[in-house]
Design a protein around this ligand. Structure first.
Ligand code: GRF
Length: 198
């Protein structure tokens, strides 16, 4: 069994998709949020999953928060840490500690549009395709070896909200598939490229 620790900041719909996928060989060891009121925490707790709320506002520095966060994560002996709408910039020490064993999902076709407001930026740039990316986390924000991407069309009458909905449906499909590939040991990282074995 591989232990998975999922980090969220809000509603946690990607976390729910991963839990509901019931991936063989994957044990969701804990869901941790940096906001005590994150809706996803209650959802996980109702299903008997261990939950931790670690309020980043209670920490004097980013380093102090990340040190405590890593200690809490490591208490669950994770094989994989999954960032699922975890809205925090992470320190280099933190990302280094989880190198090769931490995923993020980003709502754009990276390397286009790292950062926030990805859907509006894709619309404003006149993109005909938008999408989402699951990648290994490195010290650079929204950067790192790409595991999976999915594309959706940008329609003429799209708003930020309608495009976000279309992309989110793909996120919910893509993230469990990426976690499953990791759990099955099918990912081989070579620089920024990820090969899918077997
Ligand atoms: C998703 O679009 C994710 O890609 C982004 O934040 C959103 C989180 O949604 N970074 P949820 O909390 O998983 O519902």
């Amino acid at each position: 069994m591989k232990n998975i620790v999922i980090l969220i900041s809000g509603r946690g719909s990607n976390m729910q998709a991963i839990v509901e996928a019931a991936i063989p060989g994957a044990h969701i060891a804990a869901v941790i949020a940096n906001r005590p009121d994150a809706a996803g925490l209650a959802w996980a707790a109702e299903r008997g999953i261990a939950t931790v709320a670690l309020d980043h506002k209670q920490y004097a520095s980013r380093e102090a928060f990340d040190t405590e966060l890593a200690a809490r994560i490591d208490s669950f002996q994770p094989d994989l840490v999954v960032l699922a709408g975890f809205m925090r910039i992470l320190t280099p020490a933190f990302t280094q500690h989880y190198a090769g064993r931490m995923f993020n999902i980003h709502p754009s076709l990276l390397p286009a549009f790292p950062g926030l407001h990805t859907h509006q930026r894709a619309i404003d740039a006149g993109c005909k395709l938008a999408g989402c990316t699951v990648h290994f986390v490195t010290a650079e924000l929204d950067h790192g070896p790409i595991v999976f991407q999915a594309a959706v069309p940008v329609l003429d009458d799209d708003t930020e909200t309608s495009l976000a909905q279309r992309v989110l449906a793909e996120e919910h499909r893509l993230y469990p598939a990426a976690v499953q590939a990791f759990v099955e040991g099918r990912l081989e990282v070579d620089g920024l490229r990820v090969r899918h074995l077997g």
